[in-house]
Design a protein around this ligand. Sequence first.
Ligand code: PEP
Length: 250
Amino acid sequence: MRRKLAAGNWKMNGLRADLAEIEAISAAMGLSPDPAARAEVLLCPPSTLLMNAADIAQGRIAIGGQNCHRLPFGPHTGDISGPMLIDAGASHVILGHSERRMDHRETDAKVREKALYAHSIGLVTVICLGETAEDHDLGQTVRIVGRHLQHSLPEDATAANTVVAYEPIWAIGSGKTPTPAQIAEVHGFMRTQLIERFGAEGEGMRLLYGGSVKPGNAAEIFAVPEVDGALVGGASLTARDFLPIVEALE
Ligand code: PEP
């Protein structure tokens, strides 16, 4: 049984005042008499808030970074390393988000290298992939997703150290989402590919959908086969929006 996962990506949003939202989300998760029976919750705030967020979360929710370097330290101004994330209290890291692929020219090969290093120090990676609007309109979705999957996921990926997030770029922050049938096609395809490559580990890897998930559409998306949760951007910024999404998963 794959445990459901609701992951929030705060992107370049969040000041110390917004830690109140993390407090509210982790407090709600801490209320359950049997937390392991619930969906897992992961929040990825900006690096400046990681330490505070981890202190607030107290293990009731997981805390993750939004990126890390492929090296542990060195002359890389402005970058953040895996050991720094762990030192700040993070257990997870998002890699290969389409915004990083676009803004920082991250390729599948770079994402794979970063993932290998992150795994080697015990971080769980949330590896993002997805097609552009153009590829979608040209009917290339499955081909693009297959390519990302093959080249971004490292050979040491397991059910425990890797989560895959399918995020159609045209759905991110746009209010548009694929139909449930389209999500089912992509997630079914990813599952088949993962089982072919990783066997039972591929069966156990969690597959998240991401792109304009909101309280109003979460239940419909979570009913799609092979959707094990969501990677949520805008709607993860407040407890008011995020908690109903977590509830829809349970
Ligand atoms: C994201 O950036 O990962 C994302 C899914 O954003 P949003 O939910 O705002 O579309």
